[in-house]
Write a protein that binds this ligand. Structure first.
Ligand SMILES: Cc1cc2nc3c(=O)[nH]c(=O)nc-3n(C[C@H](O)[C@H](O)[C@H](O)COP(=O)(O)OP(=O)(O)OC[C@H]3O[C@@H](n4cnc5c(N)ncnc54)[C@H](O)[C@@H]3O)c2cc1C
Length: 551
């Protein structure tokens, strides 16, 4: 079997443009006040493989009935498959895999091939009161697939077919286990796109996006996943089929789609979805801007949106993230060097008051019909001018585009060297955004020598803030260090008007603060829906803390 730490390894690093070179590592170590020659950490091993796999809690009858319903080739107890279906991509999970300290793993993994097979598995699990964990791409960063004892995984990745494409009315019906690249590649043959490109695009699935209310990098134009859904096919926790018929819009009582979207597997399993799609953009214009400060950049972005224009991608990094982006680009080259033209540009900007330490870089993409792209770009530039934004061409934006799924490749080598790295994200209204930004930074900076922030999802009324935290691990205190920081982040978000999450979801990571997020009546509502759809409480136990006492 592979080393356990590879169970949380992110993606295919060999083909990546992003490289963790020795100079880049040294730059990070220096910022964290670590020895520049730090070697990979030897994580003490806490459990043997046998102890991790544990004793079986499943009855022989359940297992034998399962094999009568589902072909044996679709069921496995292979240890590696069990482990990789039990770990998502949160920092805690990266620690667990490195320390061999995995609290529980699923007992077996079933790979259904159809809605009907999902129904059969859920009905059987009800009969035997066996809990189920729905697993798809396993890219959750909120302990969304953390198993409890005696649980089995229903892995949806074999349910990946496009069922119907209607180019005329621009909608598609798709099985929920399809991965991002497979979905977009097939849509491309029809000249269509869904327009949903999360950073985890290559390894996450449609159903996972819907179950967590995810957001893609082009969300300003295409919306979050919940804006794309026209109808769904769903298996409730009782194994019954719930269908919401497709419609462009409806007024038929509360929208059931929105009860299922974001339910993170705890009400049941999404098996199919009908989604609105768009024509592949005829024109895409990538561009980059510098602002004198993060705040001025945000004001310019607000103006564009409030004037009714919609670039597809809108991102802006604060000064620390801007600075590190610029340096890292240079340090990732085989011979670390910044291109001459870029050095000249930065020198010029410095002279004009776009100072290193306060300046902020924005990246945008304008896409769609060429006339609309030209107009949106022109109007955006006007807003930027008003806030002293300076257009620096397309190159930095093209470079971002090329590497847009790759920053996570940096994470594993850093954790290997005893570094904590994790992201948290929130959203708030324009009138509050700088307050939330400043206070979060003030509270976290003493513990996190590297603290990046960017906004990447923008609305006429506000935006998200995405924080990347990097700190040296506290030796022998790695888990509690993280839990302490996490609590600080969540408390700060809530105390200063942010949401617990804009697109990662709640999972099991944020339940300490969930009651404060939705209130007693909100919790009562969710619990009553859970009781109706999953009365035996077998679906993803622990999600949102619905089964436990929240305080
Ligand atoms: C490096 C990295 C970058 C990321 N970038 C983004 C980003 O840009 N935007 C974003 O929104 N998120 C992002 N994420 C978070 C993660 O990728 C998303 O939450 C994603 O939507 C999860 O999809 P998945 O297929 O991997 O689901 P999983 O991780 O397998 O499951 C996530 C949750 O959804 C449930 N679930 C999955 N499929 C179904 C289904 N069909 N029916 C019912 N429940 C289901 C699971 O039980 C679990 O609770 C990122 C994560 C990583 C590690």
């Amino acid at each position: 079997m592979e080393p356990l730490k590879n169970a949380t390894k992110w993606g295919d690093r060999e083909s990546a443009h992003i490289k963790v070179t020795e100079p880049l590592k040294k730059f990070v170590f220096q910022h964290l006040d670590m020895d520049p020659d730090t070697l990979p950490k030897k994580y003490p091993q806490k459990k043997t493989l046998d102890a991790i796999l544990g004793d079986s809690h499943l009855s022989a009858t359940f297992q034998s009935e399962l094999t009568q319903l589902i072909d044996k080739t679709q069921i496995t107890t292979d240890p590696w498959t069990r482990i990789t279906n039990s770990l998502g991509q949160g920092y805690v999970e990266s620690l667990r895999s490195r320390f061999s300290d995995i609290p529980a793993v699923v007992e077996l993994v079933v790979f259904p091939h159809s809605h009907e097979e999902v129904v059969k598995v859920v009905q059987l699990a009800n009969k035997h009161k066996v809990p189920l964990s729905t697993v798809a791409g396993a890219t959750s960063v909120t302990l969304g697939i953390e198993p409890s004892l005696g649980i089995i995984a229903v892995n949806l990745t074999q349910m990946n077919k496009i069922i119907d494409v209607n180019p005329e009315a621009q909608y598609i019906t798709v099985e929920s286990g399809i991965l991002g690249p497979d979905l977009e590649a097939q849509l491309k043959t029809y000249g269509l796109t869904l327009g949903h490109f999360p950073q985890s695009f290559e390894y996450s699935t449609l159903g996972g996006w819907a179950a967590t209310r995810g957001a893609g990098q082009n969300s300003t134009l295409y919306g979050k996943i919940e804006d794309m859904v026209m109808g769904m096919k769903f298996v409730t926790g009782l194994g019954e089929t719930l269908i919401t018929r497709k419609a462009p819009a409806r007024a038929t009582g509360p929208d059931i789609n929105h009860i299922l979207l974001g339910s993170e597997g705890t009400f049941g399993i999404i098996t199919e979805m009908t989604l609105r799609v768009w024509k592949t953009p005829r024109k895409t214009r990538l561009s980059a801007f510098f602002f004198k400060s993060f705040e001025e950049g945000l004001l310019a972005y607000k103006e564009i949106l409030q004037n009714g224009y919609r670039p597809a991608v809108m991102r802006i990094s604060d000064s620390e993230e801007t600075y590190h982006n610029i340096v890292a680009q240079a340090l990732m080259r085989d011979t670390p060097k910044m291109p001459f033209s870029y050095r000249m540009l930065l020198g010029l900007l410095e002279k004009k008051g776009y100072k290193d330490g306060t300046r902020s870089m924005g990246v945008l993409s304008f896409e769609g019909d060429p006339a609309l792209v030209a107009l949106t770009f022109k109007q955006a530039k006007k807003s930027f001018n008003r806030y002293k934004g300076v257009y620096i061409g397309s190159r930095p934006a093209k470079s971002w585009y090329k590497r847009r799924y790759e920053l996570p490749f940096v994470r594993d080598p850093l954790i290997d060297h005893g570094i904590l790295i994790e992201t948290f994200e929130t959203s708030t209204t324009w009138d509050n955004i700088m307050i939330l930004y400043r206070v979060t930074r003030k509270i976290l900076k003493p513990e996190c020598p590297i603290l990046w922030t960017h906004g990447s999802h923008f609305y006429p009324n506000g935006a998200n803030l995405y924080f990347t935290l990097v700190a040296p691990q506290k030796e022998k205190d790695e888990f509690t260090q993280y839990y302490r920081i996490r609590k600080k982040v969540l408390d700060t978000f809530q105390a200063y008007g942010g949401t617990l999450s804009h697109h990662h979801g709640i999972g099991r990571s944020f339940i300490s603060n969930y009651l404060a997020e939705i209130g007693d009546e909100g919790l009562k509502t969710l619990r009553s829906i859970k009781n109706a759809l999953d009365p035996n409480k077998i679906m993803n136990p622990g999600i949102f803390g619905l089964d436990s006492k929240l305080s």
